[in-house]
Design a protein. Structure first.
Length: 234
């Protein structure tokens, strides 16, 4: 029987701007603290799951508006409008300091587990704004995976059923509000590890379940936490 290892990440855990680039964000506190600048609640949830399992957690508290850790390096929107006007040398400095080292650390952590013969379950924690533009997101939880990878598909089916059993009022959807096969960190990692050794799942939780500061304001957050811990321990 293949042994399993658990790796947890949170790419958008804060809205911090490193000192070198603060002038570019002057007067933008409101945007930084909005869903554009971070994923409120995601890091707190990830930390609680990591303590309970226990499992290694890698996270970033630098705002996604400096560099988007959940996009590939050559994605056209890896830099927000606050950074897009920087010269190529400055963008390279951002990538070298804040993007590549973080992604390399996670990849090396997974690679060590794979070399030791373990199957890695990687859960990436995110939250999403209830309304984007004029569109209302009609789900509480999204489970993102690649439909072409049977182990990911089966894990998310089990997770969905467990969530529904423990909290029937939760609206749970798969590959919503984004597709798990879209450009992202898990998609990038799938190309580096065998399908039999790597499962990459993104958990998306509606931000309506958290305060603006990221604290849970619904008991449903604990139900989501309990469900993941239960499945991993099974």
């Amino acid at each position: 029987m293949t042994r399993r290892a658990i790796v947890l990440t949170c790419e958008h855990g804060g809205h911090r701007v490193p000192a070198r680039w603060r002038d570019r964000f002057r007067g933008s506190t409101r945007i930084l603290r909005s869903h554009r600048g971070w994923d409120p609640g995601a890091l707190g949830l990830a930390r609680r799951v990591a303590r309970r399992l226990p499992a290694p957690l890698r996270y970033s508290t630098v705002t996604r508006l400096l560099v988007e850790l959940n996009r590939s390096e050559h994605h056209p929107r890896i830099f927000s409008e606050f950074v897009a006007g920087c010269d190529p040398e400055e963008k390279e400095r951002i990538l070298s300091r804040w993007y590549r080292p973080w992604r390399k650390e996670v990849e090396e952590l997974i690679a060590r587990e794979v070399r030791e013969g373990r199957q890695v379950l990687h859960v990436s924690f995110h939250t999403f704004t209830p309304v984007l533009g004029a569109r209302v997101r009609r789900a509480d939880v999204g489970l993102l995976y690649d439909p072409g990878r049977p182990r990911e598909r089966r894990f998310c089916a089990r997770w969905r059923e467990d969530l529904r059993a423990g909290a029937p009022e939760l609206r749970v959807r798969r590959n919503y509000p984004y597709r798990g096969s879209d450009d992202g960190f898990t998609t990038w990692l799938r190309r580096r590890f065998p399908v039999s050794r790597y499962l990459g799942i993104e958990l998306e939780v509606n931000q309506r379940l958290f305060s603006a500061a990221g604290r849970p304001r619904s008991p449903l957050v604990r139900r989501i936490e309990d469900s993941l811990v239960r499945l991993v321990r099974a």
